[in-house]
Design a protein around this ligand. Structure first.
Ligand SMILES: CC(C)(COP(=O)(O)OP(=O)(O)OC[C@H]1O[C@@H](n2cnc3c(N)ncnc32)[C@H](O)[C@@H]1OP(=O)(O)O)[C@@H](O)C(=O)NCCC(=O)NCCS
Length: 281
């Protein structure tokens, strides 16, 4: 199935950093041609997909912004799992069709799950990127509402949970990504920072631990706890849990935390928070 694109300023060599002229960038042509090979793939089994392994393209003519570029791919060779496609791109800017690029793309059919398993760990824990912060806020609210029945409108707490962009200036926001999907988050706040509710000097507090409900009981919070431990540089960890939040209490007790009733607090009348700590070491 041929695909057509209109070259925009986002597709130029300048925009992609592949040159300094405002014409269609070679990497963009290659991406469009590879997309054409995805369309031209023969039917695969439900657990299969294909991945690009070799690209051999000549970029022959410059397409200006505004030009329409038509791409096409044809399967010309198949050898077991290997698929080879002939690809072309052409534009017409008023003087008839011009061949913009041509060549071959090779793809290999793979089984999706084993392929992804080989690529790397399923779960990546790292600091959130700036453009992920709003989604972190939504994930927190979703988890807290589903987790212990926090009402969204409850004393503005949902606003606190969504206030991630500001919090990122004073704390470390970690995310758990499973195959690229945001499934969990936790926030690390050193003692003395405004976001720290209960940390005493020498303690590291973590807050807003949240896992997407569809991913509960799959070890995501456990992995986030391990990341918090790694980053706490041997200091005592501390957190607060709202009374009655059994999953969270269960999580921390399972990870060597103990409840310290003497430090329990009630920041808002009726909202009783239990403090859990785990000494360094
Ligand atoms: C609490 C929460 C973060 C746990 O996340 P999770 O990814 O499901 O937890 P894990 O799968 O890593 O569980 C690790 C351990 O915690 C304990 N645990 C987790 N969920 C539990 C539950 N519902 N009841 C009892 N213990 C639980 C268990 O010991 C579990 O180990 P196991 O599954 O081998 O028995 C998740 O339920 C959540 O997001 N809740 C809403 C938000 C929230 O309450 N955050 C905490 C604020 S303090």
């Amino acid at each position: 199935m041929p695909r057509s694109y209109v070259v925009t300023s986002e597709d130029t060599a300048i925009a992609l950093g592949s040159g300094d002229v405002p014409v269609l960038a070679t990497p963009r042509v290659i991406a469009w041609l590879e997309a054409a090979t995805v369309d031209a793939c023969p039917d695969l089994a439900p657990d299969e997909t294909s991945v690009g392994t070799r690209v051999d393209i000549e970029h022959l003519a410059a397409s200006p912004v505004g030009a329409r570029v038509d791409t096409a791919a044809e399967l010309v060779h198949r050898d077991g799992r290997l698929l080879r496609f002939a690809v072309t791109a052409q534009h017409d800017v008023g003087q008839g069709p011009v061949l913009v690029a041509q060549g071959q793309v090779t793809r290999v059919v793979v089984r999706r799950e084993p392929f992804l398993a080989r690529v790397g760990p399923d779960l990546v824990i790292r600091e959130a990127l700036p453009d992920e912060l709003p989604a972190v806020g939504e994930l927190r609210v979703e988890a807290y509402v589903a987790g212990y029945g926090m009402a969204e409108e409850e004393v503005g707490y949902a606003d606190v949970l969504r206030d991630v962009v500001r919090q990122a200036t004073q704390a470390q926001i970690l995310v758990a990504l499973r195959r690229g999907e945001l499934v969990g988050t936790v926030t690390i706040v050193p003692a003395g920072r405004p976001l720290a509710e209960v940390a005493q000097p020498g303690e590291v507090e973590f807050r807003f631990m949240a896992v997407a409900p569809h991913a509960w009981r799959q070890g995501i919070a456990q992995a986030l706890m391990a990341a918090v431990t790694d980053r706490s540089a041997g200091q005592t960890l501390v957190c607060s849990v709202i009374e009655g939040n059994e999953p969270a209490a269960g999580l921390y007790l399972a990870h060597g935390f103990t409840s310290i009733p003497g430090r329990d607090h009630e920041p808002v009348p009726g909202v009783r928070l239990k403090v859990f700590t785990r000494p360094a070491g």
